[in-house]
Design a protein around this ligand. Sequence first.
Ligand SMILES: Nc1ncnc2c1ncn2[C@@H]1O[C@H](COP(=O)(O)OP(=O)(O)O)[C@@H](O)[C@H]1O
Ligand SMILES: [Mg+2]
Length: 330
Amino acid sequence: MNSVSSLPPLLQVEGVCKDFRARGALWRDSTSIRAVDGVSFSMQRSETLAVVGESGSGKSTLGRAILQLDPPTAGSVRFDGAELTGLDETRLRPFRKRMQMIFQDPFGSLNPRMTVRAILAEPFQIHGLAGNRAALEAEVRRLLDAVRLPAMAADRYPRQFSGGQRQRISIARALALRPDFIVADEPVSALDVSIQAQILKLLKELQAEFKLSYLFIAHDLAVVRHIADRVAVMYFGRVVEIAPCDALYETPLHPYTSALLDASPVPDPAVEAQRHRITLTGEVPSPARPPTGCPFHTRCPRAEGLCREQLPPLAERFSGHAVACHFPNR
Ligand SMILES: Nc1ncnc2c1ncn2[C@@H]1O[C@H](COP(=O)(O)OP(=O)(O)O)[C@@H](O)[C@H]1O
Ligand SMILES: [Mg+2]
């Protein structure tokens, strides 16, 4: 055994829930909706776990809850062995440096009035690590270099760059404080397909270079196929299937996963032949009125009485491959 395997997992998420107050017309009507419902998994160093599901399934909320940007209502988040929930901002500070987030819309998340130099210098200033001017300039150079942008980019403003270049700038900013964990929230969803491939390649190279772990959020299984080590499929705030990447694409166990795969075809006839063809109809139920039993039963072609009555627990069927379904595929 090497020394790495004796370290605790980088991230341990246990029973994480996030409730939001959903306001009615009157303040008295205020009820609570559960956006994330009892999510548990762990991640190793340098691993990429993709979190995939339709819009509204709770992916962003989960990412923000893990980073304590919007702390969980219940459950535990351990980072490098340390419990993060319940820590005040001062105690979170050393962890904030190590955990960063990249967003879908790099334009929205980059201040249009700041030069790229100022954008990249800001994390150092916030954490009191700016040093002298020359040291800061060297850091800016290092970061631009890391994301393959020329040094002269430092003097420009975000609007002077294309969407893909802007995403490189956000990635550079996320890398500033040498994090070991990054939540990438649909980082390529807003980009053209050809640009998507370039950014995914960059993220992969940076992962090897800086030993990064990614929680990579996407709404499309095709996007994460070549970047993820494992995939967690979310539906209605829960993980309904989690598996190593190959197992998930080749032998999906949850009918929802099969449906998502059908929505993004794989160019492999052998895989296509084994498909349990399911087309998704209808919509994700409203979290204000959660269905009884399995939340997928309202859209599932295989649903039976049991599915309407009992919530299936996430249970391991094969090594590392767990599913929450009363009647999984095969
Ligand atoms: N700040 C908030 N206040 C109230 N409800 C929210 C808030 N953020 C998210 N939600 C609700 O939580 C659910 C999950 O949202 P989200 O995490 O954004 O899903 P995803 O990222 O998978 O699209 C949705 O029903 C959404 O409307
Ligand atoms: Mg989202």
